[in-house]
Design a protein around this ligand. Structure first.
Ligand code: B4P
Length: 191
């Protein structure tokens, strides 16, 4: 199995690049953002709980997202590998993921971190908010809260994987294809 994490602040292009990467490498895409939005759309108890956090620009509690990922790993036993997008977002989630992957006798090959300036992130997310209908993209103060959550809680995930020399930083500004090519170069070195 070949597993990668696509990492970066909100709006850094994780979702955009993931769509292209699964097409090329056949990995199973696990986006906690997409899974949570699907729970919200179906108005499940989990979705109703998650919505309260997402609408404020806050992270959803660790136990909720770890449970969702655990189920997704169990229900996809025969895939060539996973592409984790937007997960893990806290050090607790990173430790839980390592344990879950150990049970499957596999691990993370590399964490690819997209670096983008804060002003560019805000511009991209407000632009997406014009058409996406996403409650967390339309209000600048909610977007700033999401970036703050990233700075205070999510950056620690890079420190966690740095201990194992698994982090590669890539420029997340430029054309979508330029960024895609630089991600593929890093994956191809390791496959
Ligand atoms: P996510 O769904 O993960 O959303 P994101 O971080 O906003 O998006 P991403 O980085 O994928 O941006 P995209 O490619 O779409 O999370 C949403 C919320 O869910 C979180 O705030 C949190 O509340 C909750 N959540 C999710 N996972 C969680 C977890 N593990 N733990 C706790 N809570 C969790 O790109 C954004 C925009 O930029 C798009 O419009 C795109 O077209 C544009 N763009 C992309 N690349 C570009 C480029 N190169 N140039 C110009 N524009 C570009």
């Amino acid at each position: 199995m070949f597993n990668i994490i696509l990492f970066g602040p909100p709006g850094s292009g994780k979702g955009t690049q993931s769509t292209k990467l699964i097409g090329k490498y056949g990995l199973k895409h696990l986006s906690t953002g997409d899974l949570l939005r699907s729970e919200i759309a179906q108005q499940t108890p989990l979705g109703l709980e998650a919505k309260n956090f997402i609408d404020k620009g806050q992270l959803v509690p660790d136990e909720v997202v770890i449970g969702m990922i655990s189920t997704a790993l169990e229900t996809n036993p025969d895939v060539p590998g996973f592409l984790f997008d937007g997960f893990p977002r806290t050090a607790t989630q990173a430790e839980a993921l390592d344990k879950l992957l150990q049970l499957k006798k596999t691990s993370i090959a590399v964490m690819l971190a997209l670096d983008v300036s804060e002003e560019e992130l805000v511009t991209r997310l407000l632009k997406r908010g014009e058409s996406s209908g996403r409650s967390d993209d339309t209000n600048e103060s909610v977007i700033r809260s999401r970036i703050e959550e990233y700075e205070t809680k999510t950056r620690a995930v890079a420190d966690y994987y740095n201990q194992f020399s698994k982090v590669v930083h890539l420029k997340g500004e430029g054309s979508i294809d330029e960024i895609f090519n630089s991600i593929c170069e890093e994956i191809d070195k390791r496959k």
